[in-house]
Design a protein around this ligand. Sequence first.
Ligand SMILES: Nc1nc2c(c(=O)[nH]1)N[C@H]1C(S)=C(S)[C@@H](COP(=O)(O)OP(=O)(O)OC[C@H]3O[C@@H](n4cnc5c(=O)[nH]c(N)nc54)[C@H](O)[C@@H]3O)O[C@H]1N2
Ligand SMILES: Nc1nc2c(c(=O)[nH]1)N[C@H]1C(S)=C(S)[C@@H](COP(=O)(O)OP(=O)(O)OC[C@H]3O[C@@H](n4cnc5c(=O)[nH]c(N)nc54)[C@H](O)[C@@H]3O)O[C@H]1N2
Ligand code: SF4
Ligand SMILES: [Mo]
Length: 675
Amino acid sequence: MKEVRRSVCALDCPDACAMLVHIEDGRATKVEGDPDHPITRGFLCGKVTQYLERQYHPDRLQYPLRRVGAKGEGRFERISWDSALHLIATRLQSTIAQHGSESVLPYSYGGNMGFLNGGSMDRRFFHRLGAARLDRTICATAGATALMEALGAKTGTEPEQFADAKLIIVWGANVHGTSIHLWPFIVEARRRGARLITIDPVLTKTAALADQHLFINPGTDLALALGLMHVIIAEGLTDQDYISRHTTGFDDLARLVQDYPPDRVSVLTGIPAADIVNLAREYATTRPAVIRANYGLQRSERGGRAMQAIACLPALTGSWKDIGGGFCLSTSGGFTIDRAALERIDLQPHDTRLINMSLLGEALTERDVHALVVYNSNPAAVAPNANRVRQGLLRDDLFVVALEQFLTDTTDYADIVLPVTTFLENTDLYFAYGHYHLQMARPALSPPGECKNNVEIFRLLAQRMGFDDPCFRDTDDDLIRQALSSGHTNLDGISLEMLDEKGSVRLNVAAAGQPYQPHAQGGFFTPSGKCEFKADTLAYVPPVESRQGDASLTRRFPLELISPKNNDSMNSTFGHRDHVDAQTACATLHPEDAAARGIAFGDTVRVFNDRGSIRLNVEIAPKVHRGVVRVPAVRWAKKAGDKQTVNALTSERLTDIGAGATFYSCLVEVEKCGD
Ligand SMILES: Nc1nc2c(c(=O)[nH]1)N[C@H]1C(S)=C(S)[C@@H](COP(=O)(O)OP(=O)(O)OC[C@H]3O[C@@H](n4cnc5c(=O)[nH]c(N)nc54)[C@H](O)[C@@H]3O)O[C@H]1N2
Ligand SMILES: Nc1nc2c(c(=O)[nH]1)N[C@H]1C(S)=C(S)[C@@H](COP(=O)(O)OP(=O)(O)OC[C@H]3O[C@@H](n4cnc5c(=O)[nH]c(N)nc54)[C@H](O)[C@@H]3O)O[C@H]1N2
Ligand code: SF4
Ligand SMILES: [Mo]
């Protein structure tokens, strides 16, 4: 029998695509983008077009496993669900008896972006247990904090409106690789005469397609933003009416940016002064002009304040007033569901300690963690300072449980591995961080073997631990109804039944068919209700790990390593694919940096600093800014000859605000390998 069922892509991507799954006799034969969805528009990215390779991969986990080899070896034997749950419950109980409940640490991130499988029954379970709480900082907290400071919410220009822009600045974002569904709107705008400018240390695929590309020194975007403000204010290109009605702190900002003339900003950013002046003029005089930033921009020591300053630019020029103007980092703030009802922090016996996930290495080696439960994440590959993380995971007295689809770098250190479903097998409710359409999916396929979803696994664990609160028996539909009952106007009239029928519904952010213009008339969500410039927080200091940073470091490690997203994979997901492995096993060097080190095409190189050393192939091309090394993230260490990923090199230093990870502030040296 042939049929087509709907699903929603649950990967950690701004686009949250609506999918159609073609099924023949219970087996999927093809996945495609829903042609009727206003953002998906009938296509999926390359990596998910091939999702069935993952869905039906022979290595997919189907049964619970118990470790039989040494930690890190990855040798397991099959056990029953009953004994897996029993082993976990008894070990958690004895750990709590001996070391207290806060010695248990959950570790999860973006493996599954559904509200249910991403953060519902799991949170309830750990809250009731009294476990340490995880501060989920590994991706987005610097930028999120920045938006809260400047705008008061994580909202921005909707993708549909990009088609109306006349100037699009893509700033620290690789639209073509990481949020491809914005691209058709950019194409549409350009067809109508818009210009596209990119700002990135790398000539990405997006940058190569732009009208103009500006190579920037990593971590210097705050200086660039202040330099643009300098020119805009000095040349009288501001919208004084908008500024006086809808902003605070303009006079202090005007004073601060006097210290950032184009010549100085040019030295800091590596962008020619004339280009800075022209960009400022073009931005302030083209209407509508929109800025698309993405999280890559804020993964540096100064990334938070940089995002904050950039988010202030449209208020200076009044660009929020235009359909197709404004700024977007994230739209997630529009999805005002009742998270408290899903997560139930009130179940905590007492307020527990908070552990920053970006400091996992430190937590496992210095902070008295005795049990780690990992789901929706692969920390052995994706967390910074991987050698320290590994040292922690190797501890004999650490009990590790991993809920996974594959045997990853992390599961190799687990005592118990539980097989989980893929999103194609789940009921879930989905937000997006790149558009304003709320979606729901029912299982399109049935799970293989004995796979269970995260929600069900934490329900079962709660039962084993004897947690009798009725909330641990909530069904998936109960959870969705609770999530939708926040009473917020954005969800007015949106019910489970409606989502079940339609699949996707635009949030009530504007009248049907009308553009959402969050700040056309101010309406900021800050305490003052205005865009807050906060000049006292915006002075620029170069990152410690940067070319203008700590001289004792730059002498030994003169190159700036960035490890941005790989177009054909999703963080470490799809790392099992050979072509992904090859892409993430390669460092790109500027020809002058390669020549200075006697490195030539075909060489193998060693990239190293005090934290680690990895061997990689090399690509030599002026695709990276001079002084920058690019290694796409994140390779599976277990597939590498030296068992290392790029995160062996990255540090546990945190961002200026939001306590986020600084993956892209990382000094290294590169040398040719001897053999
Ligand atoms: N194909 C693919 N798509 C993905 C992902 C993936 O792994 N692969 N990951 C998903 C996730 S988790 C996220 S958070 C998003 C992130 O989406 P993006 O932010 O678009 O992706 P990144 O590659 O992290 O960073 C974007 C760009 O910032 C540049 N960059 C690095 N440092 C700086 C800097 O200091 N200044 C400036 N101006 N630019 C800088 C990088 O070279 C890169 O081209 O993508 C999501 N989508
Ligand atoms: N060097 C470097 N490191 C980085 C980054 C970088 O750009 N450079 N990016 C950082 C960023 S932005 C992010 S968001 C993090 C991402 O880090 P993670 O959130 O850990 O993302 P993934 O590596 O994709 O791993 C997700 C895992 O979840 C599993 N999974 C999928 N669905 C489910 C499910 O339903 N249940 C369970 N239990 N598991 C599931 C997948 O099989 C996969 O192994 O990485 C960070 N690390
Ligand atoms: S990863 Fe992003 S672009 Fe690709 S199918 Fe999923 S939501 Fe769409
Ligand atoms: Mo991320």
